[in-house]
Structures are given as C-alpha cells and as structure tokens.
Design a protein around this ligand. Structure first.
Ligand SMILES: O=C(O)CCC(=O)C(=O)O
Length: 269
C-alpha cells in the first residue's frame, strides 16, 4: 500500500471534573490542528479528556450516551473533512459509566466506538467504571486500524488480536502518569515491533492533585523506530505515516506466517 496518513496528536492538559472547560479547550485545539497549513487526515487526543479522573463524581459528570461528545466531534469532522479518533470520554450508559473512544470519518459518521477492556486497579477504575467487551476495529481512509486505551497496552493479546484482524495502525489515547515513562515507551514500542504496525499514542500532560502526567505522546513505526515524540509540554504533535512500511517490514520478517497458534492456544486462554 502506498498510502500515507497525516496525523495531529493533541497532547493537552485535562482539568479534573470541569467538563465545560475541557470541551472549550479541546475545541480550540481542534481548530488549531486544522488551521495548520498541512491539514491532518486524522486527529487523536487523550483518554478521559471530558471529566479527567473525577471518579467519585463520575456518575453525575459522564456524558450521557456520549451525546455531547458525538455532537461536537461529528460536526467538527464533517465541517473540516477530517477523521477523528476522539480520545476517550466518560460515557454514562444505563448500566454504568464506560471509558469510551468515539471515532468519526470525514463525513462526520460515527464509524465505531470502543470502551476500555482492562480497568486499571491502581487507580480504582474497577470500582467506578464498567469494562467494555468488544475489540475496537477501525478503518481510516481505507486503512485498517485498531483502538486501545492506556492500561490496555500491557495486554499484548489485545494488540495481536487487532493485528490478526488486519490492523496496520494502533491508536492509543492515555492518561499515563509519572514515574512510568520507561513502561510507556517500552510497551508502545513492543506492540509496534511484535505486530509490525504503526502505534499512534497520545498521553495527557500537566498535573492533577499529586499525579503528574509526562506527555511523551509518540508515533512508532512497524520497525520500532520513533517517528516523532513530544516532551512534557502542551503541544500538537504532527507528522505523517507511510503505510507501505507495514508491508515492507511484514515481508522482511514474516512473523504472521511463522506463528504457531495451535501450540499457544493450549496455554493462552
Ligand atoms: O499501566 C499503567 O502504568 C498506567 C495505566 C493508566 O494510568 C490507565 O490505564 O489509566
């Protein structure tokens, strides 16, 4: 495939519990992302950007069925003819609150949603949130992709499942705090190398209470090389990925042909 995709990754701060503020900031940043000369094909932003980790008030703050978010992002995608992988939000559904990504195509159509499969006990997510039960497949301008959220990157089976279903790019919104930068970079790089896919990851920056977020949003190519990486600042990270690299790497070291799934299945349930 000779296709290329230009990306814009909005590495922003998130004010815990202040949905109106976060929506305003995101809107300003979206406008900025498309006002650049080199307009992106796809925009990504961080995990739980609407409420932050206001877990004790999440039932009241979460966006009911994602309505406000869907309206904002769908209109923006259509108006600016851009694909959006909408970070993730706290979404209230009948049976509880989910940590959900909504993704839109250039016509503003909601193409899929994905709710975080693995809840992060270190931050008590399992006490306040419901876990999703579906994989997050996606197609962006004809390119097969997948979605995972933050802690999900610690589960190689999930990225592998998406790759086996054809994903060539993995989109990862996160709120990954200090001091685990080494884990963040290593796990993202491992997912890229082992699945020979691009990883496009957005982490928030800034501080909430005692928790500091280091940013370091990054794009990693299927060979494991970092295409672009932010520091800890408030920034929109831009660049381009070349999908032909996926085929090149997969034919150089043909891991998908060399797998022995009938042996692993006895152990990997
Ligand atoms: O796995 C980690 O170290 C961080 C995960 C996390 O912060 C999250 O999933 O929200």
């Amino acid at each position: 495939m000779t296709q290329k995709l230009k990306f814009a990754i909005i590495q922003m701060n998130v004010k815990v519990g202040d949905v109106a503020h976060n929506m305003k900031v995101l809107q300003e940043k979206l406008n900025k992302a498309v006002a650049e000369n080199d307009k992106p094909d796809v925009i990504l932003f961080p995990e739980m950007w609407n409420t932050g980790y206001a877990l004790t008030e999440i039932e009241e703050l979460a966006d009911i069925e994602g309505q406000k978010t869907i309206e904002l992002l769908s209109t923006f995608a259509q108006t600016h003819n851009v694909n959006i992988v909408g970070g993730s939000i706290s979404q209230k559904k009948a049976d509880g609150v989910y940590n959900t990504i909504f993704a839109f195509d250039r016509n503003g159509e909601l193409i899929n949603d994905y709710s975080k499969l693995h809840l992060f006990r270190l931050m008590d997510e399992e006490k306040y949130l419901q876990a999703g039960n579906e994989l997050g497949n996606l197609e962006i301008d004809g390119v097969q992709a997948g979605m995972m959220i933050c802690y999900d990157i610690r589960f190689p089976e999930l990225a592998r499942s998406l790759a086996l279903e054809g994903a060539q790019v993995l989109f990862v919104p996160a709120q990954w705090p200090k001091p685990r930068l080494h884990h963040w970079r290593t796990l993202l790089t491992a997912r890229a190398i082992e699945n020979q896919m691009y990883v496009v990851a957005c982490n928030r920056m800034g501080q909430s209470g005692d928790t500091e977020f280091f940013g370091h949003s990054m794009v990693i190519d299927p060979w494991g090389e970092i295409v672009v990486e932010a520091g800890e600042e408030d920034v929109i990270l831009t660049g381009e990925i070349d999908l032909s690299v996926v085929d090149k790497v997969r034919s150089t070291i043909p891991i998908f042909e060399d797998r022995r799934p009938q042996l692993y299945e006895r152990v990997v349930k």
